[in-house]
Ligand binder design. Structure first.
Ligand code: VAH
Length: 317
């Protein structure tokens, strides 16, 4: 059967890279990228879509005979704390629309991104288990815990094949830092390549689970490709790439830029980070669908620096 894929939030950090990977896998004419505003940088099919508008979503799903939805639109952790009730409303209403339209129009598969933000400071922060008691400290995290349970509900009640990953902090060179607590680890590479000082909004010893964006996208597609009978977790899978602190990523960068200077000035995002795991137990992802990360910190630093140098040289040229 022909697959037609809709990506919401396609202009975001993960969305832009996910879109390209899905275009390569399914063909440009079978992938419809969508976001709130036009995006001239996209090659291929693009629709302006506010996912809070149920009729607009339904119309696009029907128009393109969508068989899979990757629902990446959401307000992230740090930005979400600036307007908590709006964050809850946007993160939940968009997912309810995706679930309901998928059920009504027989979409075959739905991908729902969850996050390590579902965990709180009430559990072990080292090698945090898949089945932990979830007490998130942010509205973003609360919305993701609710979303995971709604995903499981639609699977159990309507047999809708919703699959989900609890992403660590995703690091990539393709977009500037967004509203995430882990986005210091994107910005630090930009500052290093521009030979600028970097002020980190977390303490130097704040270890968090992270993943290079290519690993995050590959994990997602491998999960979506896995046979349904292999999927034993219908809330969301723990996923681990690597764990590092701001000091460790700064030291990795200094192997290329020995004079790179970093200072540490923790802000409100320190409390968020302190409530999150330091490392993740992703045994179930390994067992159910063969997950294995390819990038460690130094491998990620090389690819980040190489690509950002090429970008900034082209911008300066
Ligand atoms: C955030 N990058 O910081 C996201 C992610 C693990 C964190 O969900 O909000």
């Amino acid at each position: 059967m022909t697959e037609n894929i809709l990506i919401t939030g396609a202009s975001g950090q993960l969305g832009a890279v996910m879109t390209k990977a899905l275009q390569e896998k399914f063909g440009v004419n079978h992938v419809i990228a969508s976001d709130l505003r036009p995006n001239e940088s996209f090659e291929g099919l693009f629709e302006i879509l506010d996912v809070t508008d149920n009729e607009a979503l339904k119309s696009i799903v029907a128009k393109y005979k969508i068989t899979q939805i990757y629902h990446l639109a959401a307000i992230l952790s740090a930005k979400g704390e600036l307007f908590p009730l709006k964050t809850w409303d946007i993160n939940m209403s968009t997912f309810f629309n995706v679930l309901e339209v998928s059920r009504q129009l027989s979409v075959k598969k739905v991908f729902y991104p969850s996050s390590i933000a579902v965990f709180g400071s009430n559990i072990s922060r080292v090698n945090t288990p898949q089945d932990s008691n979830l007490m998130p400290s942010t509205v973003y995290g609360i919305s993701k815990v609710a979303g995971e349970n709604w995903a499981n509900y639609y699977f159990e009640k309507y047999d809708l094949d919703v699959r989900s990953i609890r992403y660590p902090g995703v690091i990539g060179y393709q977009s500037l830092p967004g509203g995430g607590t882990t986005d210091y680890a994107v910005d630090i590479y930009h500052k290093a390549v521009k030979q600028e000082h970097f002020e980190c909004f977390l303490k130097e010893t704040t270890t968090l689970p992270m993943i290079y964006i290519e690993d995050a996208v590959r994990a997602t597609i491998e999960l979506m490709d896995a046979p349904a009978e292999n999927i034993s977790i219908r809330t969301s899978y723990n996923l681990a790439g690597m764990s590092f602190s701001p000091k460790e990523v700064a030291d990795s960068i200094k192997k290329t830029y020995p004079n790179f200077e970093v200072s540490y000035n923790p802000d409100f995002r320190q409390n968020i980070a302190d409530s999150w795991p330091m490392s993740i137990d992703d045994t179930k992802a390994k067992e159910d669908w063969g997950w294995k990360p390819k990038y460690d910190l130094d491998a990620m630093s090389k690819v980040m620096i190489d690509n950002l140098k090429a970008y900034y040289n082209s911008v300066i040229a």
